[in-house]
Design a protein around this ligand. Sequence first.
Ligand code: 13P
Length: 233
Amino acid sequence: MKNLHIVGNWKMSLNKEDSIALANNIKSISKKEYLNIEVAPTSLYIDSIVKILKESDVNVISQNFDYKTLGSYTGGVCLDQLKEMGVTKTILGHSERRSKFNESDEQVNNKLETVLNSDLDVIFCFDSYEQIPFELIKNNLQDNDNLKLTLAYEPTWAIGTGETASIDHIEEIHTKVKNTLIDHSLENIPILYGGSVNPSNSKDILSSGNVDGVLVGGASTKIDQLLGIVNSI
Ligand code: 13P
């Protein structure tokens, strides 16, 4: 069995009480050897969730970051603060950041360069092949053998709509990305799929060629659905 990643993006979907209840429920998930499970709570509660999941098999990651170090950036979150909380990875460039918070490709790519040169790992989201800055990645990724960078294909039309991409479509995009990664000698970078993943479609998606995991929104905020996805493979 290949190594697989299941990442739950809680977005801004849960209040504190529900975030803590969910974390307490997932604390006892014991992962299979080939599975890496991560959840991304809102940064407001990240400290509490890290404490709850400290001894568990589930890692806590961030949904986003703004800068590398402390500074006068009202409302911002920096990588050093996340590291201080015990967080070792962040999502970046989610389509909701791009469309609802107006983060441009240039801003996202600048942040990618920043995080690739930091102590944190990153999941870089893209909704089209053209959005992946392969040269930037090649120039800033020191080691192709670790999990410093993960890519996540999330077609905007499949996010939160219940309309999952077909397996053929997922395989087509993932294979195109994988082939370009191979051309750049970056073939070890995992590629996740996200967009209306649920317990009914997760097995087929996770078994697809060049799919190394799933990035799950809505279904990851409900314990029975998250468990259903984890247990589907
Ligand atoms: P849904 O699983 O709710 O479609 O969200 C996908 C997503 O945006 C994960 O980052």
